[in-house]
Design a protein around this ligand. Structure first.
Ligand code: GDP
Length: 486
């Protein structure tokens, strides 16, 4: 039986969708969602994609461009006045002029790109409007909260925090919880301290060494503009039973948990997520490989949670009243330029394996799904380096100034060759505890794992303007919008 709130939600969504559908008949628009967990590469991806389209980059697989049917692409003011604009110019300046990576995504932003093209079928001039919506993947981890009550969420979150490396990281928070009585009268200081320690625990899990990703509620680590508000000042408690005693700390936490759902999760879903037509989910699998099997398993669980949100959107909110909105989903393993090209297909297979079940379900509900390994900006090139009698496949890039490996301190201008090692043939080995030792087989037995390369120098593009090298960005574009430019 749908609740009253769910029904009003559906009506609101249907009305919004109807309005947009009408507008879409006159001026075809694709709303492309770009998401992924923190550091996955959203900002770099959008900046590179827009730059390639504006300047006619080298995109052989992107048919509309190679066949010369795209006349012009330009930026236009976005449709939503209340959403920040994606700061394309600043990000591009960072990448190309300063040769540093841009500031990462910390909230939703939007950018409108208008593409004039000639239809292949009707030899007629047409326009496609592409609205790119950038949002933190962490926020999708919140959607399961909508159907979970506070007591259940507390129990689930505590159980997870006692497993694997999380248990150690949660120790200070657990100690504080052990001394807290959920049935005691409500108290702001206790709520704040519990929320602070809980957030510290989430932050520690996210650290590169552990690279955990299943860390809801999403706004605790990605508060957007809600930092410090009461809707974020709650945390799980050890509770027994189902009903919070009136006036208790438990009741206070429960109230805020519900406020979080009302003030944060539902509006995000309604105003951003439910309006998307296409979606790319970026995944930094390499960070998980570097941290080890616990991180890989955690990433898999986080991806499953993200995908559950796509299913929720389709089955219960949109499809019952209106045509399903998201009809294509692309999963992309980013930063493939850290691997030799012989490993790109392996990386793709690994991601396919991680998302297998979810992909099966999405197909069932009608969305087309694909998996890809890409580098939106390729910071390395490949070479073969002789070592004794062997010749080893290497990648060459410029590490940032000040980084050290052994006694070497990099100056930010010198290139170095690194040997990233091979991913296993069978993706299952990456999930096995001792099956894969991480990408650590490096020259001189030094650990290059955390070496960050500077963005590359731009290359001359087809239109004369400089373009950035990439890996398989054209394939991603073809899947995401190729059919809409046919
Ligand atoms: P976001 O948090 O999803 O917006 O992630 P960003 O786009 O800011 O990317 C995070 C970091 O990953 C960047 O600062 C880069 O160091 C790295 N990165 C992202 N994309 C690429 C890529 O295509 N190649 C390389 N080499 N590094 C990348």
């Amino acid at each position: 039986m749908p609740t009253f709130a769910a029904i009003t939600e559906e009506i609101r969504l249907a009305t919004a969708a109807l309005g947009e559908f009408g507008a879409g008949l006159i001026n075809p628009t694709v709303r492309l969602g770009v998401t992924g967990l923190s550091g996955a590469g959203k900002t770099v991806f959008i900046t590179a994609l827009v730059h390639q389209l504006l300047h006619g980059g080298r995109l052989p697989v992107f048919e509309a461009l190679t066949s010369g049917r795209i006349a012009r692409a330009r930026l236009e003011p976005q449709p939503d006045d209340a959403v920040p604009r994606f700061d394309y110019e600043a990000h591009l300046h960072a990448l190309t002029t300063e040769r540093r990576w841009p500031e990462s995504t910390s909230r939703t932003s939007e950018l409108r790109l208008v593409i004039d093209y000639q239809s292949a079928r009707r030899a007629r001039n047409r326009t496609l409007t592409l609205d790119i919506v950038d949002y933190p993947g962490e926020w999708l981890l919140d959607l399961p909260l909508l159907t979970t009550r506070y007591a259940q969420w507390s129990a689930d979150t505590l159980r997870l925090s006692r497993t694997g490396p999380r248990a150690m990281l949660a120790a200070p928070w657990h100690r504080y919880l052990a001394a807290l009585d959920a049935a005691a009268p409500e108290d702001e200081q206790s709520a704040r301290e519990a929320a602070r320690l809980f957030t510290d625990y989430l932050r520690a899990c996210r650290d590169d060494r552990f690279a955990m990703r299943l860390l809801p509620p999403g706004r605790f680590l990605m508060p957007g503009d809600l930092s410090g508000s009461p809707a974020l000042t709650f945390a799980p408690l050890e509770v027994s039973g189902d009903q919070a005693p009136a006036g208790s700390l438990w009741a206070m936490m429960e109230r805020r948990y519900e406020a979080y759902k009302d003030a944060v999760v539902r509006p995000f879903y309604r105003e951003h997520f439910a309006r998307l037509d296409r979606q790319i989910v970026l995944v930094d699998a390499l960070a998980a490989f570097n941290a080890g099997p616990d991180a890989v398993k955690d990433l898999e669980a986080a991806l499953a949670a993200i995908l559950a949100s796509f299913r929720t959107g389709r089955a219960t909110l949109v499809s019952t009243l209106f045509r399903p909105r998201i009809d294509r989903i692309l999963f992309a393993a980013t930063k493939a330029d850290h691997l030799h090209h012989a490993n790109h297909d392996r990386l793709e297979r690994f991601l396919a394996r991680m998302t297998e079940r979810a992909v099966g379900e999405a197909k069932f509900s009608g969305a087309e799904v694909d998996v890809i390994a890409l580098a939106a900006v390729r910071a390395t090139r490949e070479a073969t380096v002789a070592r004794g009698r062997e010749s080893l496949p290497a990648i060459i890039g410029t590490p940032f100034e000040g980084q050290t490996v052994g006694r070497d301190v990099f100056d930010g201008g010198t290139e170095v060759a690194s040997f990233p090692g091979d991913l296993p043939e069978d993706p299952a080995a990456l999930l096995a505890r001792d099956g894969f030792k991480g990408l650590t087989a490096q020259a001189n037995d030094t650990d290059f794992r955390f070496l960050r390369f500077r963005p590359p120098l731009a290359e001359p593009g087809t239109s004369g303007a400089p373009t950035l090298p990439h890996i398989r960005l054209d394939r991603a574009l073809q899947f995401l919008i190729g059919d809409r430019l046919a």
